[in-house]
Structure formats: structure tokens, C-alpha cells
Design a protein around this ligand. Structure first.
Ligand code: BGC
Length: 650
């Protein structure tokens, strides 16, 4: 139905500027279509009233792997497909708009929500988010790209001001939002924090940039839940919808309207965008059709985990052949592990414990399981399980969640001790880590044979891990964030120095940009950005870079020189040879995931557009490049550059 602003009184229009409740827009008793929004990003979290328990409870839905694991696939198609599946989950539960994806940059390794975000690299985060958004919206369900912007820590999230210089803001923190806008998300959600002293729910300058430059135009900007402090100030800035409903917000607007502090014109600008949003949801709701079964979506979740889990270390113990005695130790093998907070999903199925999945997958092997290591008296019973086995698989987890940052990067003492003691009894220890962000492995990594980064692998995670361990699936995920060697090798500590201000003093040197090149501070990573092992081996060759109208066409060969089929993720970085302004040593500008049978070779062709060579000039107020030489660097990780060629950009 087409709605007309003229049919609403000023008071009604003000009512429209906030939700009706926690998850719906105002509908004036059926006069308007009632839009339902739900979290995101890892699966659908939609609450429903349960008469039996007299409580609001989250309905079960497919629990996909975390956004971190999704990003580790480096697979645009799978990001799109996950979006499509999520849309079907939404349609099934009558949800119009998903409150996802989150595209914040993983600046601080301790940030509690890093598992909900894609990467420390703005290009990768933006591209994966764009595909995700396109996938959801292709099924006529909306998305909400969040949290706009520079929201890279949970500590003091309602009050902290992210103090970022303009160039860094543009090149690092705004860039994923800019790229995601190419898919025209129906909404953007503002962050809780302040940026350079101004609350993001009132940030007129950054809203104008989003609408005008990034072409968000008249699409919706909504608040994060209770992120609005002064509703009149946020309205003036252009925040359309306050979520959820708040009496204070409504009263503040009424008072400001009556006193002339805000004009009807200002109210209309936001109310019109809210009406358009409602209208769009109503219109598209009629076109929605579920296109996948729940089983297909579960298989989709399995595929993300299989492609996204990263093999970090392997001395040859993996894959485990059949006919082996294998012990699985650690309680997290038994349970579904995920991050906490608004993205937590109640899984659709009863997730299979890892040892059960291994029993089914490692046919002909003997798999035993001991969980209870936390209580002291049981600790050695669990450890003893490793004795006399061919392989001991130790499962450890690291909690992360919304609203708090981790205190450190290490596993808890019990888990570290479990690994150490098991390694004394068995020469072949495989550690499986469930977690949301890098951990410090410095104390134990040398004593184990293999490490598999499972992340939060979703409800199909056990099967994915079992398939990788058995070799049924060849691991292919690569890290999308640097794993600092210890906390002291990261910027976390000084970014937590002050509760009220988080000074982004490292500027552009976030993530791998900090460790790459000269790295005068001598900071170390345990695993670099873009790193991951496979059971195959790949060879790169024949790089060709050709200047074309749109930029530079890059092509090269990748050959699987093993006899095991596998996927390789190739990364293309760009480095300005003699920059006139300070620039990171090199930056990711393209990537490709390639499937290769044993012995097979494929030519990869990628385009670097002109933006790949640009930096943001605060002197000129625009993106620009300096004519001159640029190196095109092709590699298997940021630290493993295998091919390079210099091009001249005029
Ligand atoms: C989170 C958002 C989420 C919202 C609704 C907030 O606390 O920051 O990401 O979408 O709650 O659950």
C-alpha cells in the first residue's frame, strides 16, 4: 500500500520515529504494515512468547558458523549463499529485516564481538558483507549493516569515544560500509560509541557522508538498541528510527517540537524514510518465497564450516587414517559453542558431539571420549585417556561475547594445563580451538602436533571438524585477522588505557598493516593474516599484469602439485613503491578461491580497479593516487608473497 505522510498528524509522525516495541515498527493498530526485525548475523534470533513458561524465548533456527568462520572461507559465493539461507530462515519466521551483517574492523584483538565481524581488513570485510547483503536481499528480506562506525571494542561501549583521524576513518573504518553500500542494504544501524567526541546516534557529518557519498540516500538509518541519548539531537542529525520504543525519546521529541527546537520539516524527513521502509517491507513481503529446505540450510552451514575452519599447524598427524586409536578430551567436544549476546542462536537441531561425529567418520578407528577435566579430581582421569592412543585430540574453548572484552588472549589455566599434560603422555596431540578471536598459544604450541582453528563453527561444526580430521574434506580456510604472538604484540593494551576515549593512535596500521614491512616495533605474529594449511600443495606462476582502462588486469596460474584435490585462496596485495604520503607497506585489493583437483592447474584472472591504488587525501578531500610505480604482489598469505610485478600507473 502506498502511504502518504500527509495522512499523519505531527504527533503520529513522531510516534513513527521509534519502534512500537523491541522488534517492530509502529503500525497504528493495523493502519500500517508492521515491520518485524530480528538479529543476525550468525543465524536468526527471533523471540516468541511461550505460554507454557510465560516467557519470551528465542525460537530455534539454523546456527551457522560465526561471521569470523564465514570470512575465513574467502568465498564470495558462499557469503551470498549464506545470505540466501538466512533470508529463508527469516521468511519462515515472518521476519522482514535481519539486523546484520556487522562489518566493524577487528582493531582490538580483545574485542568481545570480533566473532561477529568479518576481518581486520576493510576490503575483505566490505566485499564479504556486500555478498551477504545481496544474498539476503535477493529473497526480498532486508538487511541492516552495523554498527556505524568505529565500534571496535565492547568495553564502555555506551560512552567511549573512538578518536580516529580522518584518513584512517576513511581508509579503514568507513571502507567496509562504503563497499557494503554497493548492495544497497535497506538499513544501517548506528553504533553505541562516539566518534571524535560525537555520539554515533547524533553524527550528522558521518550520516551525510553515508547518505550522499556512499549513496545510502533515503534508505533507513536506525539506532542500535537504546543507543539514543538525546532523540531531538539524533533527529536533527538524520537518525530515522529509534529502536526499541522509548517513552523518553517520544517525550523528548514532543517537547522539542512544541518548543520549536525541531521543525515539522525535520520530522518529515525522517518520518518519510521510515514510511518508505515500511512500504518496502510490505511490498516485498508479498513476493517472498522460501527456496531452500531446513536440511539444505544445515548443509549450507556445514559447508561454511568446512571451508572456513583453518588448519594452523600440522606436522603430518592429520589427516588421521582409519584403524587408529583416538581419544577426544575436553568438555567443549560435547557442547555447541558460540559467542554470547544478541547474535546467539538457539540451534535448530541437537548438535552432534565431536566424538560422535568422529566415530561415524573415522570408520574402523576406535574413538573414546573424556570430558570432565575441570574438576581437579577428574583432571588426570581425562588426561590419562590420551595414554597409549595413536592420537589425542584436545578440545579447548575461549569465551567471547557482546558487552565485554576479553581480559587476555590466553586460554584459561586449566585448558593450558590440559594441553601440556596430555602432550607429556602422547606424542601426537591435535588441539582444536573453539573461540571468537586469536589466542596466545606461545606456551604450548611447540609441544603439539596440530592445531585446528574451529572458531565458533555452528551447529554442524562437529561434522565439519570430523570431515577435516579424517581427510574427507581438505582444509582450506585462511585467517582473516592476524594472530599476534602474545597480547604485547597487539595494540589492545593501549587502546584500553582510558575508559572514555579509545585513541586510534596506530592510525592506518591496523591488523597486518601493523606487522608488515619495516615493523620497527618488532611486533610478532604467530600466524599472519591470510594464512592456512591444506593437505594439498600449491604452486603459483606466470604472473601477468596488464594496464587496462578500468585499472590493472592481473592473471596468474595456480597448480595443485599434490594428488589431493583442494582449494587455494590466493591474495593480491598492492604496494606503492615510492609513496609521497605515509602508506601501509602493502594492502589487500583482490582475492580468489580456486578449487583444484590433484595435478590440476588453473589461470586466475582478477581486475584491480583504480581504487586499489588510491589513498584518501585529507588535503584534497578525496580519494586519489600518486602517479608512479606500484608493485602487484600475489601470495598465499600476507607473509608469503610468491609472485610480484611492478606496474606504472600514470
Ligand atoms: C546490539 C545489536 C543488536 C541489537 C538488537 C544491541 O545490543 O549491539 O547488534 O542488533 O542489540 O538485539
Amino acid at each position: 500500500m502506498a502511504y502518504d505522510l500527509k495522512d499523519f498528524t505531527a504527533q503520529e509522525k513522531i510516534k513513527l520515529l521509534a519502534g512500537q516495541d523491541t522488534w517492530h515498527t509502529e503500525d497504528f493498530n493495523g493502519r500500517l504494515y508492521k515491520v518485524k526485525v530480528s538479529d543476525g548475523p550468525i543465524g536468526l534470533r527471533t523471540p516468541a512468547y511461550n505460554e507454557k513458561t510465560d516467557k519470551w524465548e528465542d525460537l530455534p533456527a539454523v546456527a551457522y558458523p560465526s561471521t569470523q568462520v564465514l570470512s575465513q572461507t574467502w568465498d564470495k559465493e558462499i557469503a551470498y549463499k549464506t545470505g540466501e539461507f538466512l533470508a529463508d530462515d527469516c521468511i519462515e519466521k515472518g521476519v522482514d529485516v535481519l539486523l546484520a551483517p556487522g562489518v566493524n574492523i577487528k582493531r582490538n584483538v580483545l574485542c568481545g564481538r570480533n566473532f561477529e565481524y568479518f576481518s581486520e581488513d576493510p576490503y575483505l570485510a566490505g566485499v564479504m558483507a556486500r555478498e551477504y547483503v545481496s544474498g539476503v536481499q535477493a529473497h526480498n528480506v532486508g538487511t541492516t549493516v552495523k554498527h556505524y562506525c568505529a565500534n571496535s571494542q565492547e568495553r564502555c561501549r555506551f560512552w567511549v569515544s573512538s578518536e580516529v583521524d580522518e584518513r584512517t576513518l576513511r581508509e579503514i573504518y568507513l571502507e567496509p560500509f562504503r563497499i557494503a553500500e554497493e548492495a544497497q542494504p535497506w538499513a544501517v544501524m548506528c553504533a553505541y560509541n562516539l566518534v571524535n567526541g560525537v555520539r554515533m546516534s547524533e553524527h550528522k557529518k558521518l550520516y551525510s557522508l553515508l547518505r550522499d557519498e556512499f549513496k545510502h540516500g533515503d534508505r533507513l538509518i536506525m539506532s542500535d538498541w537504546s543507543a539514543v541519548q538525546d532523540r531531538a539531537a539524533s533527529l536533527k542529525a538524520g537518525l530515522d528510527l529509534e529502536m526499541p520504543y522509548s517513552v523518553d525519546g517520544y517525550n523528548r521529541l514532543m517537547q522539542a517540537y512544541k518548543s520549536g527546537e525541531i521543525t515539522e520539516e525535520e520530522i518529515d524527513a525522517c518520518a518519510k524514510r521510515v514510511l518508505d521502509f515500511i512500504e518496502k517491507c510490505e511490498r516485498t513481503s508479498q513476493k517472498r518465497k522460501i527456496q531452500s529446505t531446513q536440511e539444505e540450510r544445515l548443509q549450507g552451514a556445514l559447508r561454511v564450516a568446512q571451508e572456513g575452519i583453518v588448519l594452523l599447524k600440522n606436522d603430518g598427524v592429520l589427516p588421521i587414517n582409519s584403524g587408529k586409536k583416538v581419544s577426544v578430551i575436553g568438555h567443549c567436544a560435547e557442547y555447541y559453542t558460540s559467542g554470547g549476546g544478541s547474535s546467539r542462536v538457539v540451534p535448530l537441531t541437537n548438535p552432534k558431539p565431536l566424538h560422535e561425529a568422529l566415530k561415524d567418520t573415522l570408520k574402523g578407528s576406535e574413538v573414546t571420549f573424556k570430558s570432565l577435566y575441570e574438576k581437579h579430581e577428574n583432571f588426570y582421569v581425562a588426561v590419562n585417556e590420551a595414554y597409549g592412543k595413536d592420537v589425542a585430540i584436545v578440545c579447548v574453548n575461549n569465551d567471547a561475547g557482546e558487552g565485554w572484552d576479553r581480559e587476555g588472549m590466553k586460554l584459561n589455566k586449566n585448558q593450558e594445563m590440559l594441553i601440556a599434560e596430555t602432550a607429556k603422555l602422547n606424542e601426537k596431540v591435535v588441539v582444536i580451538i573453539y573461540g571468537g578471536a586469536p589466542i596466545d598459544m606461545s606456551d604450548w604450541i611447540d609441544s603439539v602436533s596440530a592445531v585446528l582453528w574451529a572458531g565458533y563453527p555452528g551447529e554442524m561444526g562437529s561434522q565439519a571438524i570430523a570431515n577435516i580430521i579424517s581427510g574427507k574434506v581438505n582444509p582450506s580456510g585462511k585467517t582473516t585477522e592476524s594472530f599476534p604472538y602474545t597480547l604485547a604484540d597487539s595494540i589492545a593494551e593501549y587502546s584500553h588505557a582510558d575508559f572514555m576515549k579509545s585513541v586510534y593512535e596506530e592510525g592506518l596500521f591496523v591488523g597486518y598493516r601493523l606487522y608488515d614491512g619495516e615493523n620497527t616495533a618488532g611486533l610478532q605474529t604467530l600466524f599472519p593474516f591470510g594464512y592456512g594449511l591444506s593437505y594439498s600443495e600449491f604452486d603459483y606462476g606466470n604472473l601477468k599484469c596488464e594496464r587496462v582502462k578500468e585499472g590493472v588486469k592481473v592473471s596468474f596460474d595456480i597448480t595443485n602439485i599434490s594428488n589431493i584435490a583442494g582449494d587455494e585462496i590466493a591474495q593480491v596485495y598492492v604496494r606503492e613503491v615510492n609513496p609521497k604520503v605515509i602508506r601501509p607497506y602493502k594492502e589487500l585489493k583482490q582475492f580468489a578461491r580456486v578449487s583444484l583437483k590433484g595435478g590440476e592447474s588453473k589461470r586466475v584472472e582478477l581486475l584491480l580497479d583504480m581504487h586499489a591504488f588510491e589513498y584518501y587525501s585529507t588535503a584534497l578531500d578525496c580519494w586519489t593516487h600518486t602517479p608512479g610505480k606500484f608493485e602487484i604482489l600475489v601470495g598465499a598469505s600476507v607473509e608469503e608473497i610468491l609472485l610480484q610485478q611492478t606496474v606504472e600507473i600514470e
